[in-house]
Design a protein. Structure first.
Length: 249
């Protein structure tokens, strides 16, 4: 408890799944938190659950110019920012011959372009020291069929861990990543599969995990708390794979 006491944190995509669970962890550890999301129902639900101490704002992670508005909200609310968890993202699982340009652009806008320009917009606000945690994916490391644009966009995001670490450490900003394997979140239900197909997809994915199960959002959130805390003060440019051994097979 209180590992994040006094820290000011922004979590993108914080209304469901890993983002919401991380917000819960941050609050328990003493942080002041702003979360973003796009779905009105999820925004309302998160606002009710997390209470008045957490600011919940609507923002599309794919809209690069809108990231300046998020940064302005952070400036007005916190003045400075100690922790950024870039969590908002999307998965598009289709064969390459079913991907059109619009789908390609949407995945890269949410998973890479938006986060890039959010970090840029927040640069004047980061405290010294500060921590940026990017949510990568095991898919950037494995050759899973039907994940071409998702894996490529996440690989680009993970690349920022190394390049931004070299560029920003002089400002006292640490950049690290958590890259999860399959996690039990609403994400998979958004892929457009029927209930039967969704079960088959889940079973197929689970069969590729040596641990023989999906991970829990709390297992990712705990790692993000570590990277955000002063315990990780000497951890720079690292990626923690939390995938049940999936990347080792």
């Amino acid at each position: 408890m209180n590992r994040l006491a006094g820290k000011r944190a922004l979590i993108t995509g914080g209304t469901t799944g890993i983002g919401l669970e991380t917000a819960r962890h941050f609050v328990k550890e003493g942080a002041r938190v702003i979360i973003t999301g796009t779905n009105p129902e999820n925004l309302d639900s998160a606002r009710k659950e997390l209470g008045d101490d957490v600011m919940v704002i609507a923002s599309d992670a794919a809209n690069a110019p809108a990231q300046k508005d998020v940064a302005e909200t952070v400036r007005k609310t916190f003045g400075k920012l100690d922790v950024l968890f870039v969590n908002a993202g999307m998965v598009d699982m289709r064969p390459i011959d079913q991907i059109d340009e619009a789908a390609f652009d949407r995945s890269f806008a949410i998973n890479l372009k938006g986060p890039y320009f959010l970090i840029q917009a927040l640069l004047p606000l980061f405290a010294n020291p500060a921590s940026i945690v990017l949510n990568g994916s095991v898919n950037a490391h494995i050759g899973m069929p039907n994940t071409t644009i998702y894996a490529a966009s996440k690989a680009g995001l993970i690349s920022l861990v190394r390049t931004l670490s070299g560029e920003l450490i002089g400002r006292g900003i640490r950049v690290n990543a958590v890259s999860a394997g399959p996690i039990s979140t609403p994400l998979y239900s958004k892929l457009g599969f029927s209930e039967a197909d969704l079960k088959n997809v889940a079973a197929s994915i689970e069969g590729q995990v040596p641990a023989k199960r999906f991970g829990n959002p709390s297992e990712i959130a705990a790692a993000v708390v570590f990277f955000a805390s002063d315990e990780a003060a000497f951890t720079v440019g690292s990626e923690l794979l939390i995938d049940g051994g999936m990347s080792n097979i």
